[in-house]
Write a protein that binds this ligand. Structure first.
Ligand code: IMP
Ligand code: MG
Length: 181
């Protein structure tokens, strides 16, 4: 396995700690969704690795769907107005949805997304988020399955990017932009 770790990224959460937490969340989801029609709804791109690991630890015949979203606003601030850039391939009416997100920052993206999905009449919607930054909260979002709570720092790795880079790091780290070459 790759141990690639560039100098501009200070390690925050190791791949081992992530794996352990993802297994715990998956075990909880497995218990709670037994006998139901579970759809993991992965919000691209940031949650692609979290989704892949979570899905493989869930001991149920889940469906996986991907939703591409783009948030209007500048790079660091979310406007909360979300454009769907890639839609689901099937209807989710009557399904039990777990939205899989990389990180909940202001909460604007997810509260908008939840509203949009409710109009498609699923049986239920819950939220799994790898990370939560409560310091920047603007909307209350109930996170049903949370990996880690972090301080107000900019993190990359394990799917999360800075300018589309660093998604492939196996761990989560804090980016120091002054060190980028
Ligand atoms: P918000 O909750 O609407 O503010 O937006 C959350 C989205 O902003 C996430 O899905 C990420 O794509 C992005 N984001 C927020 N904080 C970070 C971070 O620390 N690193 C990488 N992406 C982030
Ligand atoms: Mg995202």
């Amino acid at each position: 396995m790759s141990t690639f770790s560039p100098p501009e990224v200070r390690p925050l959460i190791s791949r081992e700690r992530i794996a352990e937490r993802v297994s715990e969340l998956a075990a909880q989801i497995t218990r709670e969704y037994n006998g139901r029609s579970l759809v993991l709804l992965s919000v691209l791109k940031g949650s692609f690795i979290f989704t892949a690991d979570l899905a493989r630890e869930i001991a149920l015949p889940v469906r996986v769907e991907f939703l591409g979203v783009r948030s209007y606003g500048d790079d660091t601030k979310s406007s909360g107005v979300v454009q769907i850039t890639q839609d689901l391939t099937r209807p989710v009416e009557g399904d039990d949805i777990v939205i899989v997100e990389d990180i909940i920052d202001t909460g604007l993206t997810l509260s908008y997304l939840r509203e949009q999905l409710l109009s498609r009449n699923p049986a239920s919607i819950k939220i799994a988020a790898l990370l939560h930054k409560p310091a920047r909260k603007q909307r209350d979002v109930d996170i049903d399955y949370l990996g880690f709570t972090i301080d107000d720092v900019f993190v990359v790795g394990y799917g999360l990017d800075y300018a589309e880079r660093y998604r492939n790091l196996a761990f989560l780290g804090v980016l120091d932009p002054s060190l980028i070459k």
